[in-house]
Design a protein around this ligand. Structure first.
Ligand code: ACM
Ligand code: ZN
Length: 756
C-alpha cells in the first residue's frame, strides 16, 4: 500500500468525521486475514439507513447476511429502493473463493463468481465497520467507510479448524457461535472430532448403545495427567448430538460457506465404542469408556463384524454430512491386541500382509473403498501412511512435517496440522496464571510463522498441500469459554497463514490488527487470550559481553522495569537499552500505555555461571519446530519453563543422539555440570537413561535420575580442569510397546547447561 496516499486519505477522513471515538476506529482498514491486494483511494462512503443493497439471486445468501448485519448492528432499516447502494455484481472471471470490494464515495461494489466469494467480501466489509455493529450497539445515524479497492482470493483451498467434542462436549448453540467466528475469518472447513476413547458423540440409529452407553463415562480426570497421584471428578459425564442437531449444525455451517468434516476414529481411539460393543474388540472383554487421557490398547479388531459395524455407522454418517471428505482417524492405534488376536493374525495371513502395520493399512483401505462407493474421500492422520497409503486418501500431517513430505511426494493430498504450530491445546504464554494445558508452548507468533509448504517439496509436489488447520483437543478444556480462550487469537494467525500470500504477511503489522480485532471479539462476547502486552525477552551475546533485551510489539507502549524484585509501576525505570548481564539478576517488567500498566508482570531470573556466553556446538540441529533460541539458549543463564517444553529455552530433538561441545577457550576449573530433561511421555518426550561426560580424552557414563514430575534433573561433579568438554546424550530410542507413543521415535528435550 502506498503510505503517502494512505496518510492523505486518513487525514481527509478525519476531517469528515465527527469526533466520535467509535468512528475513528473504522478509519484504517484492519482486516484479518489480510487481503492480498488492498489499495486505499480517495474519500469515504457514508453508510446510513438511506442506502440500499442490490443483488442478483446468485448472491442472495451473502447480501441478506450483510443486510441483517447492518440492520441488527445499528437498529436501522435499510432503504431497498435507494440510489446510493451496495451492489453485488457477478464476475465469472474471478476464482470461486475470490472477490473484489470497491468502495467509492457513492457506491460499494462487490464482485464475485460465487456466493462464497461474495460472502468473503462481506466479511471484509464487516471488518471495516465499527465493532459495535457486532452486538447491535452502534447508535449513530451514520458511519464512514474509507474508499478502497480490494482484490482478494485465498492462498489455500483448505482453511480448517477442528474441535474435539469427545474429551469434553459443548452445546449446539456454542458450536454455532464457533462456526460464526470461523466464518468471520474466512475459514471454510470445520473438522468435528466426534468419537474417541472418552465418549461417542454422534447418534447412530442402527447402534443405539453408542448414544446410550458409549456417550458416557463414569468419571473424569481432574488436574493434569502427569500429576501424581492422578485425581478424578467422580461424576458421570457425557452426551451426544442427535441426528437432528447434526443436520442443524451442517446447514448452519453451509450458510456460512463452511463444510463440516466429521471424524469417526478407527481402528484406534475406539474405547468408548468398544465399551458398548466389546465384541468388536480383539479380546471381547468388557471395558469402560475411558476416564483418563492418553492412548489405549483396546482398538477395533479387524474381523468382519467390525467392518459391518463401521459400514453401518458410516452409512448414517454419509447421509448426515454432505462433505466430500470423511475423516477416519487412523492415529495412535497400538498393535498390542492385534498381535495377540487369532482373528487379526488370520487376517494377516489370508491377505498376505507382512505385519500389523500392513493390517492397519488394510483396515483403512477397506474403509476407503467402502466410502468411495458412496462418493466420499477419506482424510486420515499421518499414521495412515504406515503400511502403505492408497492414492486417493488425504493425509493430515500432525507429527511434524515428515508425513506431509512423504505423502505429497507420493502424489497424495495433504492438510498441514503439525502439532508444533497448529495444536491450540498447547500453552500460549509463559505466564504462570495460564489455565492448565496439556503442555507444549505455542505462542501467537509461532502459529503465524507456519509455512504450510515444506521446503523439501518441489513446485509439482507442493500442489498437494491443500492448506492447514488448527486443532483443539479438549482434555484440559472443560467448557466453551475455555475453548474460546485457547482458539482466540491463535486462529487469527492461522487464518492469515492459509489466506494471505507470504509477501503480504508481516507479524508486527498483524499484531496491530489483532489489537484492534480484540475489540471486535469483545463486542462478540468471545473470551480470547490477550498476550499482546506480554514482554518478550532474550539474551544477546556480543564479543563475550551479555545483555538482556526486551520487546513489546504493539505501537504506542513502553516497558518499565525493576531490578530489586519489586513489581514495576509508573515510577520505575523506562526500558531503553538492553540491560548488561554479568552476575545473577532478576528483572521484573511490564508494558505500559503512558502511566497505565496494560500487561501482566513479566519476571525473568538470569543465573550467572561459567558456561554463559561460551562457545557451544551441537552435532545435530534441533528439530526445526523446537529450536528455541538455538544452541546458545543452553548457555544463556536462563532456565526454560517447567511446564512449556516448547519455549525458547528448551531444545527438542526427535530421535537423534545428541553431542554437545562446550568450549571455554582457556583452562577452567569445573566442579559441577547440571541440566535437566523433560519427560512428558504423553507427548512422546522421554528423558535419556544415561549421559556420557567427555573431557581431557576421557569418558565417564552417568545414569540419569532425579525426577520432579516431568522434569528430570541431571547433575554431575567431575571436578576437573579443562578447556572444553562434551556431553553425549543418547536418545531414549524407539518407544516400546505399553508406553505412550509406542513404535515412534522418542523426543529429547534439554534445558540450560549450568557449569560451576
Ligand atoms: C492426534 O493428535 N492424535 C492426531
Ligand atoms: Zn483382532
Amino acid at each position: 500500500m502506498n503510505i503517502k496516499k494512505l496518510l492523505a486519505s486518513c487525514l481527509f477522513l478525519l476531517g469528515l468525521l465527527s469526533c466520535k471515538k467509535e468512528q475513528e476506529v473504522a478509519i484504517l482498514p484492519q482486516i484479518i486475514p489480510q487481503p492480498n491486494q488492498l489499495e486505499i483511494t480517495e474519500g469515504a462512503f457514508e453508510l446510513n439507513p438511506t442506502i440500499g443493497i442490490k443483488s442478483p439471486t446468485l448472491f442472495l445468501g451473502s447480501s441478506n447476511y450483510l443486510k441483517a448485519f447492518i440492520e441488527k448492528g445499528a437498529s436501522w432499516e435499510l432503504n431497498s429502493s435507494s440510489e446510493r447502494e451496495i451492489e453485488f455484481v457477478e464476475n465469472k472471471n474471478l476464482s470461486a473463493e475470490g472477490y473484489q470490494l470497491n468502495v467509492t464515495p457513492n457506491r460499494i461494489v462487490i464482485k464475485a463468481a460465487t456466493d462464497q466469494g461474495a460472502f468473503y467480501a462481506v466479511q471484509s466489509l464487516r471488518q471495516l465497520l465499527p465493532v459495535s455493529f457486532e452486538n447491535g450497539n452502534f447508535n449513530d445515524s451514520r458511519t464512514i467507510i474509507p474508499c478502497l479497492e480490494i482484490i482478494d482470493e485465498p492462498r489455500f483451498q483448505y482453511r480448517g479448524m477442528h474441535l474435539d467434542v469427545s474429551r469434553h462436549m459443548f452445546p449446539v448453540s456454542f458450536i454455532k457461535s464457533y462456526i460464526d467466528a470461523l466464518a468471520l475469518l474466512k475459514i471454510n472447513k470445520f473438522h468435528w472430532h466426534l468419537t474417541d476413547d472418552q465418549g461417542w458423540r454422534i447418534e447412530i440409529k442402527k447402534f443405539p448403545k453408542l448414544q446410550g452407553e458409549a456417550a458416557f463415562r463414569d468419571k473424569t480426570l481432574k488436574g493434569h495427567y502427569n500429576d501424581e497421584p492422578v485425581q478424578y471428578q467422580n461424576e458421570r459425564y457425557g452426551g451426544f448430538y442427535s441426528q437432528e442437531e447434526i443436520r442443524e449444525v451442517v446447514a448452519y455451517a453451509k450458510e456460512r460457506h463452511i463444510t463440516v468434516i466429521p471424524e469417526i476414529e478407527m481402528p484406534g481411539h475406539a474405547q468408548a465404542a468398544l465399551s458398548a460393543y466389546p465384541e468388536l474388540g480383539c479380546t471381547g472383554n468388557s471395558i469402560e469408556t475411558a476416564t483418563t487421557w492418553g492412548v489405549f490398547e483396546d482398538i477395533f479388531c479387524s474381523k468382519d463384524e467390525t467392518f459391518e459395524f463401521l459400514e453401518g455407522v458410516l452409512d448414517e454418517v454419509v447421509e448426515l454430512f454432505p462433505s466430500e471428505y470423511i475423516h477416519i482417524g487412523g492415529d495412535e492405534a497400538p498393535k498390542t491386541r492385534w498381535k495377540a488376536c487369532e482373528n487379526c493374525q488370520k487376517r494377516i495371513q489370508e491377505e498376505g500382509l507382512k505385519e500389523e502395520f500392513e493390517l492397519q493399512s488394510y483396515f483403512i483401505k477397506r474403509i476407503e473403498k467402502y466410502l468411495s462407493l458412496k462418493g466420499k474421500r477419506i482424510i486420515g492422520w499421518d499414521e495412515i501412511i504406515e503400511g502403505g497409503l492408497s492414492p486417493n486418501s488425504t493425509v493430515m500431517s500432525w507429527r511434524g512435517f515428515e508425513g506431509a513430505i512423504t505423502a505429497a511426494k507420493q502424489g497424495n493430498d495433504v492438510v498441514m496440522t503439525p502439532s508444533s504450530h497448529c495444536y491450540f491445546d498447547y500453552y500460549q504464554s509463559e505466564g504462570s496464571n495460564e489455565p492448565t494445558a496439556i503442555g507444549g508452548f505455542l505462542p501467537l507468533e509461532k502459529v503465524y510463522s507456519l509455512e504450510p509448504i515444506p521446503e523439501e517439496l518441489d513446485e509439482m509436489d507442493s500442489k498437494h498441500i491443500l492448506g492447514a488447520q488448527g486443532n483443539l483437543w479438549t482434555e484440559y478444556i472443560p467448557n466453551s469459554k475455555q475453548v474460546e480462550y485457547m482458539v482466540f487469537p491463535r486462529i487469527l494467525a492461522l487464518s492469515e497463514v492459509v489466506w494471505t500470500q507470504p509477501e503480504s504477511k508481516n507479524y508486527k503489522e498483524f499484531v496491530q490488527r489483532v489489537e484492534h480485532f480484540h475489540k471486535r471479539l469483545d463486542a462478540l462476547g468471545i473470551h480470547y487470550a490477550n498476550h499482546l502486552y506480554d514482554i518478550e525477552g532474550g539474551l544477546i551475546v556480543d564479543e563475550g559481553k551479555s545483555v538482556y533485551e526486551m520487546k513489546t510489539l504493539t505501537n504506542g507502549k513502553i516497558i518499565k522495569y525493576t531490578l530489586d524484585g519489586s513489581s514495576p509501576n509508573k515510577e520505575s525505570l523506562t526500558y531503553g537499552q538492553p540491560i548488561p548481564f554479568s552476575k545473577d539478576m532478576e528483572i521484573h517488567a511490564a508494558v505500559f500505555r503512558g502511566d497505565e500498566k496494560v500487561g501482566s508482570d513479566f519476571h525473568q531470573k538470569l543465573w550467572s555461571h561459567k558456561a554463559v556466553g561460551k562457545h557451544i556446538e551441537l552435532n545435530v540441529s534441533p528439530h526445526k519446530a523446537y529450536q528455541g533460541s538455538g544452541a546458545n539458549g543452553l548457555v544463556n543463564g536462563i532456565w526454560g519453563s517447567s511446564t512449556r517444553y516448547g519455549d525458547k529455552e528448551w531444545l527438542g530433538f526427535w530421535g537423534d543422539d545428541l553431542e554437545i561441545m562446550i568450549n571455554f577457550e582457556e583452562e577452567t576449573d569445573i566442579d559441577s555440570v547440571s541440566t535437566r530433561f523433560y519427560d512428558g511421555q504423553g507427548q512422546w518426550i522421554y528423558a535419556p537413561t544415561e549421559v556420557i561426560f567427555e573431557a581431557n580424552g576421557k569418558q565417564i557414563t552417568y545414569p540419569v535420575n532425579g525426577s520432579e514430575g516431568v522434569l528430570i534433573n541431571f547433575k554431575i561433579e567431575p571436578k576437573i580442569r579443562t578447556t572444553s568438554f562434551k556431553l553425549i546424550v543418547p536418545n531414549y530410542g524407539t518407544i516400546p510397546e505399553g508406553k505412550q507413543g509406542a513404535g515412534n521415535k522418542a523426543w529429547t528435550f534439554i534445558d540450560e547447561i549450568v557449569v560451576k
